[in-house]
Structure formats: structure tokens, C-alpha cells
Design a protein around this ligand. Structure first.
Ligand code: XUL
Ligand code: MN
Length: 344
């Protein structure tokens, strides 16, 4: 049976256009206002950072955090939505300046773990069994500041502590090679999956693959997806696009390289991604030039492009493709794919 896809994004994907060089340029929307966008745009899953669900959670007791998260669960239900995952925001607090789980200061590492426990509590209250770990500051600005072997040990210890804390929770590592760090300890899918196998329960540690992060690592996102699928560890994706090796652009899916996007959709479609409830997640930013009122087009367009590419995957003449592979006529295959993408 043909795949039916369900789509998600995070509230941070509707934003006011501030960048490191300039202030906001669009109206600030409340969380509840953002929730009204989801269904209208064709999305049913909400991705959360812990403080998207419970702002200022460091100021609250664990019980207060859980209670507030339960109120958010009700809010989601009122909008016909569900939580896809919750991710600890471990890159803004002063105690995460030198990293979180790999910070050199043991008290700062303990803060990171305590905050992650709250994230897990929030995930429980929102009734999702998935936590995403983007290891933002687990890396270095200069090689000599941290021991890379010890860093891996510390990451394993931290993930083990999270696995122990909630035996039903699954953890999807989102690798990224750089930004904000110069060198990340877990830059690629292979690193993330290697880390999973070092943990006490590898069956509950998988990955979230972001297209732009793979491109920043000089890799093809669809190959990264294939690698994770071969390990049954592709539990969510952050589809977007990236124009070369620069800052993380989070561009509309397919907007730079439609063929690269086609191949991501193709591998997801080929291996029935979504059959276990996985979402097609987006992590896209509107251009700063976009005015208020039309600043969610990057979301609707990414979804439309994904679905157009699903049609193109399904209408590709597979027999012809297989024949060309058999004949090793990859020049003709190249043309057939390009022609298909151009509507031929
Ligand atoms: C950062 C990034 C994050 C994660 C969630 O580059 O992609 O938004 O997706 O923490
Ligand atoms: Mn992401």
C-alpha cells in the first residue's frame, strides 16, 4: 500500500526573522497562535524544545514542570495535534557555555543531566516517547580544550542515565558537524549510530537526520538516511536544504537541489518510512525578507515539494531504471532522472 505521510515542525520554525546581525522584522506570535497554523498548513505533529512547552522551566519544581506540560497536552488536543518529540535546550544557559554533557565542569554536566530529566518528564506529559538530542555545544573551539575520547565516554554516560531514568523513552541524536562549535564530537549519522551501540540499550537510541547538517558535513542526506534505515534507527527527519558550506541555512526543502531532495524522498518511500508512525519533520526558516502574514510559506512549500517529489518517485519508470542499471548505462540513467525531474 502506498505510504501516507504525516508532517511536523517546531514552533521555532515560525519566527520573527532576527539573525546575528539584526533584530526581529516580523510580529511575534504566541505559542497558541502558532498552534493555529498547524492544521491549516497540513501538519499534525508538533516538535518541541523543552522550554517551548514549559517556558522558564529552570525556575520551576519538577512537579510544576510536569503540570504545565500536561496543560500543553490539553492545548494540543484542542487543536487536533500531537507532540512528535521534545528536545532539551542545552545551549543557552550560562552552565552550558562549555558544552552540556561534555562540559569540563562536573557541576555543569550535572545541570545538563537534570535539565534532560525535566525534558523527559515533559515528553511523558505530552505523551510522546521520543526525545531528540541535538548535541549543540558538545565539541570544541580549539582541539586542546577537551579530550575527544573522554567526551564520547561522557556522552555514553549521559545517554545511559537518560535511558535508566525512563525505560520507555527513545532518544534520537541529531548530528551536526559544526555551528555553534568549530568541531562537533558527533558530526555525522555514523558517529551517532556508533554512539548508540556503546549505550546500555542501543535499541532505544537512534537518529534524527537533518538534510542541511548532512550537507554541511559534505555528505549526501539520502545516503545518511539509507545508513540509518539499515540500522532501523531513522526515527525522525529534519528536511530542509542548504546552499553549500556556510552557516546552517534551513532553507525550504528542495529549494537548492531538487535532485538531492528527490533522492531523500525516494529512499524514505522505498523503505516505507512512516510505517511505524515516524513523522516527516521539517526544520526550515522563512527568509528574513518575508513580511508578517506570509511568513509560513516555507512550511507549506516544503510540504508541497515533498509531496510533489513523492509523485515523481512513484511515477519513475522503475523497470527502465533497473534495465539501465543492468546495462551499466549510468549516463542514460542520469538523463532519465533529470528528464523526469524536468517533467519529461
Ligand atoms: C540546530 C537544529 C535544532 C534541532 C533541535 O541546528 O537543527 O533546531 O533540530 O534542537
Ligand atoms: Mn534540526
Amino acid at each position: 500500500m502506498a505510504n501516507q505521510y504525516k508532517f511536523s515542525f517546531g514552533p521555532w520554525n515560525i519566527h520573527c526573522g532576527a539573525d546575528p546581525f539584526g533584530p526581529v522584522v516580523r510580529d511575534e506570535l504566541s505559542f497558541d497562535e502558532k498552534l493555529t497554523f498547524y492544521r491549516k498548513l497540513g501538519f499534525e505533529g508538533v516538535q518541541f524544545h523543552d522550554d517551548d512547552a514549559v517556558p522558564d522551566l529552570n525556575e520551576l519544581t519538577p512537579q510544576q514542570v510536569a503540570n504545565r506540560a500536561k496543560a500543553v497536552k490539553k492545548q494540543l488536543e484542542d487543536h487536533g495535534l500531537e507532540a512528535e518529540f521534545v528536545a532539551p535546550r542545552l545551549w543557552e544557559d550560562p552552565r552550558t557555555i562549555d558544552g552540556a554533557y561534555t562540559a569540563n565542569d562536573p557541576q555543569h554536566r550535572e545541570y545538563a543531566l537534570e535539565r534532560s530529566r525535566r525534558t523527559i518528564d515533559i515528553a511523558n506529559a505530552l505523551e510522546t516517547d521520543l526525545v531528540v538530542l541535538w548535541l549543540a555545544r558538545e565539541g570544541t573551539y580549539i582541539r586542546e580544550s577537551k579530550d575527544s575520547k573522554k567526551a564520547v565516554d561522557l556522552l555514553v554516560q549521559a545517554i545511559n542515565a537518560m535511558l535508566d531514568y525512563e525505560p520507555h523513552m527513545r532518544f534520537a541524536i541529531e548530528p551536526k558537524p559544526n555551528e555553534p562549535m568549530d568541531q562537533a564530537f558527533i558530526p555525522t549519522t555514523g558517529h551517532a549510530i556508533g554512539l548508540a551501540y556503546l549505550c546500555n540499550d542501543p535499541s532505544r537510541v537512534g537518529v534524527n537526520i537533518e538534510s542541511a547538517h548532512a550537507i554541511l558535513a559534505g555528505l549526501d542526506p539520502s545516503d545518511e538516511m539509507g545508513y540509518a534505515l539499515a540500522h532501523n534507527k531513522l526515527w525522525t527527519v529534519h528536511l530542509n536544504d542548504q546552499n553549500g558550506l556556510k552557516f546552517d541555512e534551513d532553507k525550504t526543502f528542495g529549494s537548492v537541489d531538487i535532485r538531492r531532495a528527490f533522492n531523500q524522498v525516494r529512499i524514505l518511500e522505498t523503505y516505507n518510512y512512516g510505517q511505524n508512525g515516524e513523522y516527516v519533520g521539517l526544520d526550515v526558516k522563512a527568509m528574513r525578507t518575508q513580511k508578517s502574514g506570509v511568513s509560513s510559506k516555507h512550511l507549506i512549500n516544503s510540504r508541497r515539494i515533498f509531496l510533489r517529489l513523492v509523485d515523481l518517485v512513484r511515477s519513475l519508470d522503475e523497470q527502465h531504471t533497473q534495465d539501465l542499471i543492468k546495462q551499466r548505462d549510468y549516463e542514460e540513467l542520469d538523463f532519465v532522472i533529470l528528464n523526469h525531474l524536468m517533467g519529461g
